[in-house]
Write a protein that binds this ligand. Structure first.
Ligand code: CA
Length: 368
């Protein structure tokens, strides 16, 4: 075929394709099955990154599927309460949900390892476990009896250690300290003699301001700044040993997930990976500027937990994790796999990421 002839044929074909898709409005081709799903989340309606990530997930799935799979997102309390997300997905009341695995610890104790473990894997380590090790396979196994299919959908990165009204100089300073800190980290603080107070997000600031709380953790600088904790507690501690990289999840009802054609399953899997990366990048990109603002504009007193305090907390955390792991066979299995993988990436991380960060991190400026 002559070049000119070829071009003409291609152009005609392209025009016909455009005309065909314009006729088949909306973008879905006639005869193709469409799906209308609901997603419930554990997040407040306007929570940056977390609820945003859930909404972005829905938007991207709709775009990539050409409208064949549309997901309507409901924030916490709009359809089911925040902590009712797992049950709603498990029962098939809704097709999918967004949250974090440690919220279901009461029902699925082994789930905690897939969200975060005190002194455990960071975001890079968790992602390596999920995509480069046996982490995701194990997670699927843990949720299978509940007819739920999990996918990582974001990571906060290392969180901050929290806001304190008084300085922490030794482990004894945690004795009688009233702190809002959930999950396994809370169990560690309780073991150190602290009183763990669990409060909904909206009540934390007032409680801290009135002295009902002596301390609270939340997320990282970007989210903490928004909560205004700097007005109620002057000391901002790092690192967030209790949440070294909390993984967020998107979960699917197994029947609904398996009922999708293979290409739509692949789209939701790929978009979950996309949002997993997107969320971590939002935190990584936003936290530095927020920290700078807290220090320079709000004169927050940034403090690193003393080494001895971290070593003591680490010892208590090991005990807490082993106690939790011993409670049921699945937790034991997941904990063993987790520890094995952590040791494997740890030896590499200490000569790669850690060595390099030590070299470039601007800790001098922070400690002034
Ligand atoms: Ca937190």
């Amino acid at each position: 075929m002559e070049r000119r002839e070829f071009l003409k044929t291609v152009t005609t074909a392209a025009v016909s394709a455009t005309a065909a898709s314009a006729l088949a409005a909306p973008a879905v081709l006639a005869g193709e099955k469409t799906y209308r799903w609901k997603m419930v989340t554990t997040w407040p309606p306007n929570l940056p990154v977390l609820q945003d990530g859930a909404k972005l997930f829905a938007r991207r799935v709709e775009e990539l599927s050409g409208g064949r799979l549309r997901i309507k997102v409901f924030a916490a309390g709009e359809l089911v309460p925040a902590l009712g997300v797992f049950d709603a997905v498990s029962a098939g009341t809704v097709q999918c949900g967004s949250g974090a695995a440690y919220y279901w610890a009461g029902k699925v104790p082994a789930a905690q390892w897939f969200a975060t473990v005190p002194f455990g894997l960071n975001a890079q380590g968790l992602n390596a476990w999920f995509y480069g090790g046996d982490g995701l396979k194990l997670w699927e196994e843990v949720y299978a009896p509940f007819n739920v299919v999990p996918r990582p959908q974001g990571n906060t990165g290392v969180q901050m250690g929290g806001w304190f009204r008084k300085e922490i100089n030794s482990l004894a300073d945690f004795k009688g300290l009233k702190m809002r800190i959930p999950g396994l980290g809370g169990k560690v603080i309780a073991k150190a003699g602290g009183t763990v107070v669990l409060l909904p997000g909206g009540e934390i600031f007032t409680s801290l301001e009135r002295g009902v709380l002596d301390a609270t953790e939340w997320v990282g600088p970007m989210h903490d700044l928004r909560m205004g904790f700097y007005k109620a507690a002057p000391y901002y501690y790092y690192p967030g040993w209790h949440e070294p990289g909390t993984c967020l999840e998107v979960i699917f009802n197994r029947k609904d997930y398996e009922g999708l054609p293979r290409e739509l399953q692949q789209i939701i899997d790929l978009v979950a990976m996309e949002i997993n990366l997107w969320s971590l990048c939002q935190f990584e990109a936003g936290n530095g500027a927020a920290l700078q603002e807290l220090i320079t504009r709000h004169h927050v007193k940034l403090r690193r937990f003393p080494d001895k305090v971290l070593a003591d907390l680490h010892k208590l955390a090991r005990e807490v994790v082993e106690e939790e792991a011993a409670k049921d066979p699945m937790s034991t299995k997941v904990n063993e796999a987790y520890k094995k993988f952590k040791a494997q990436v740890g030896i590499w991380g200490s000569v790669s990421e850690k060595a390099y960060y030590d070299l470039i991190a601007d800790t001098y400026a922070l400690n002034q």
